[in-house]
Design a protein around this ligand. Structure first.
Ligand code: NAD
Length: 496
């Protein structure tokens, strides 16, 4: 089918089609994309990919592979830098579309989140160029470890922070020499389409970057089970990761998974309680739809009351509202189905005897003219669980719901913090340098912040322990994932 007309979203003309082999192609069927800010209106009817779309995209990526690989890191770097420049030029357009499509705060999109995309492309252009092959002599041979591009990579992303997360995964794949087929989430598909426009404008060779839109359960399996795919890079939920991991196992394909979190935020009596309480209240930002959020507040019992007083004071200043408004801190959630899922956690917590300390009810903004059920805000919610086994403590909610527990000593703090199956992030507040080392080291998480939160260095390894993930992204780790490492040994006499 030919290209469908572009739709105007937030003043930007957005393609609703796939991007395959440098061309827009459409599917006969579409899916509806709505805005969390105005659920009554359909933003776009987006092409719903199927097995034929997946096949076309993978064929394009496979065709592009040899040429892209042959360019080498320094031949590919200018394309990545052009992409970075284009992201910088278009921040306001991308932020405008993403804000309407996903409802992340416009202020953070325009000032930080979209710009991270440009930094991802620049960082990986440089990291790949700077890489030096390891060489050494042993056993009468010269040894070299080569990083060979692996082949087409399928990249699958979730609905939260979709543009930034797509670039985070796309940049190392492209820098390493692997053409990419990106499958964005169906609840926020539009910024991936803008990324395809930028790739086109940056003159990426056809097939080096492809976007396939569609419903995960429909287009995911043909994309992930195809033997032409040489790398599978996924960010999303553990449930979906199990399906993709099975496809990876069937074809013996390396698979990396950045999954959900249930981070502990641990506060000791010797901490700066004001900073800790402020950070804890900030976990409601973007309605808690952040994988790295510290959603389990664990506070030393001697300061629990004082902490809670300070925490409530901060939460009382939070503003639930439209994501375009700079004063808003708590945005609407992504989808009515997701709101229902989050409400289900609260209902089951109440039924199980947990105590709701605040929130737990829907918020309808003043002057709301739509149906009440279309207002996708839940008041910032704090639950004191009856037991550490409570569902709301042990499972990722991915909404504005935190739990509160106290502990008496370090041993109990660490035991509670490490008591879930997740292990993506942990946050610790303490005034003691010794404790920072001791407890910081004992917290079981891929990233642990001490007296800070969400500080990221793109070169640091990033990923989760337990069901929070498999493999590491960030810096050289992502480049290694996308490479086939080869040891080349040449007997000394050959070169003498
Ligand atoms: P999800 O697992 O439902 O979907 C993620 C992606 O997988 C979507 O593009 C979806 O269409 C696709 N998909 C669904 N079924 C598939 C299948 N059978 N085969 C192939 N693809 C399929 O996750 P979500 O609800 O979009 O995102 C929220 C989750 O992502 C949360 O658990 C959150 O913590 C996690 N997350 C993790 C990180 C991280 O870096 N660790 C970052 C952001 C989000």
């Amino acid at each position: 089918m030919g290209e469908r007309p572009r739709v105007e979203v937030a003043g930007v003309a957005v393609s609703v089609d796939h991007y395959v082999g440098g061309e827009r192609i459409s599917s006969p069927t579409t899916f509806e994309d709505r805005s969390p800010l105005d659920w009554s209106t359909v933003l776009a009817n987006v092409s719903a990919g199927d097995a034929a779309t997946a096949n076309a995209a993978l064929a394009a990526a496979a065709d592009a592979f040899a040429g892209w690989a042959a360019l080498g890191p320094s031949g590919r770097a200018p394309y990545l830098r052009r992409l970075a420049d284009l992201v910088d030029e278009r921040v306001s357009q991308i932020a405008a579309v993403e804000c309407v499509d996903m409802a992340m705060r416009h202020e953070s999109l325009r000032n930080r989140v979209i710009g991270r995309g440009a930094r991802n492309f620049r960082a990986y252009a440089e990291l790949a160029e700077q890489h030096e092959e390891r060489t050494w002599s042993s056993n009468g041979t010269a040894n070299r470890v080569q990083r060979l591009p692996a082949g087409p990579a399928v990249v699958i992303t979730p609905w939260n922070a979709p543009f930034m997360l797509a670039t985070w995964k796309l940049a190392p794949a492209l820098a390493a020499g692997n053409p990419v087929v990106l499958k964005p989430a169906e609840w926020s598909p539009l910024s991936a389409s803008l990324l395809a426009d930028l790739a086109d404008e940056a003159d990426l060779p056809p097939g080096v970057f492809n976007v396939v839109q569609g419903i995960g359960e429909e287009v995911g399996p043909p994309l992930t089970s195809d033997p032409r795919v040489r790398r599978l890079s996924f960010t999303g939920s553990p449930e979906t990761a199990r399906h993709i991991g099975a496809a990876a196992a069937a074809n013996i394909v390396p698979f990396t998974a950045e999954l959900g979190g249930k981070g502990a935020l641990v506060v000791f009596a010797d901490a700066d309680l004001e900073a800790a309480a402020r950070t804890a209240a900030g976990q409601y930002d973007d309605s808690g739809q952040v994988c790295l959020a510290g959603t389990r507040l664990l506070v030393e019992s001697t300061v629990a009351d004082e902490f809670l007083t300070r925490f409530h004071a901060h939460v009382d200043t939070q503003v639930m509202g439209d994501s375009h408004d700079d004063a808003t801190t708590i945005t609407p959630m992504i989808h009515p189905d997701h709101v229902a899922r989050v409400e289900g956690f609260v209902e089951r917590a109440l039924a199980a005897g947990d105590e709701v300390l605040r929130g737990g009810i829907r918020h309808v903004p003043d002057g709301w003219s739509g149906r009440p059920e279309d207002a996708l805000w839940l008041e910032p919610t704090l639950i004191a669980p009856a037991s550490n086994d409570s569902e709301v403590v042990q499972h990722e909610v991915f909404g504005p719901v935190l739990t509160f527990q106290s502990f008496v000593d370090e041993e109990e703090a660490v035991a509670l913090a490490n008591s879930t199956d997740y292990g993506l992030s942990a946050t610790l507040f303490t005034g003691s340098a010794d404790r920072a080392e001791r407890v910081g080291g004992a917290l079981r998480a891929g990233t642990t912040w001490v007296n800070c939160f969400l500080v990221r260095d793109l070169t640091a390894p990033f990923g989760g322990l337990g069901i929070s993930g498999l493999g590491r992204e960030g810096g050289d780790h992502a480049l290694e994932f996308h490479a086939d490492l080869k040891t080349l040994q040449i007997r000394d006499e050959t070169t003498a």
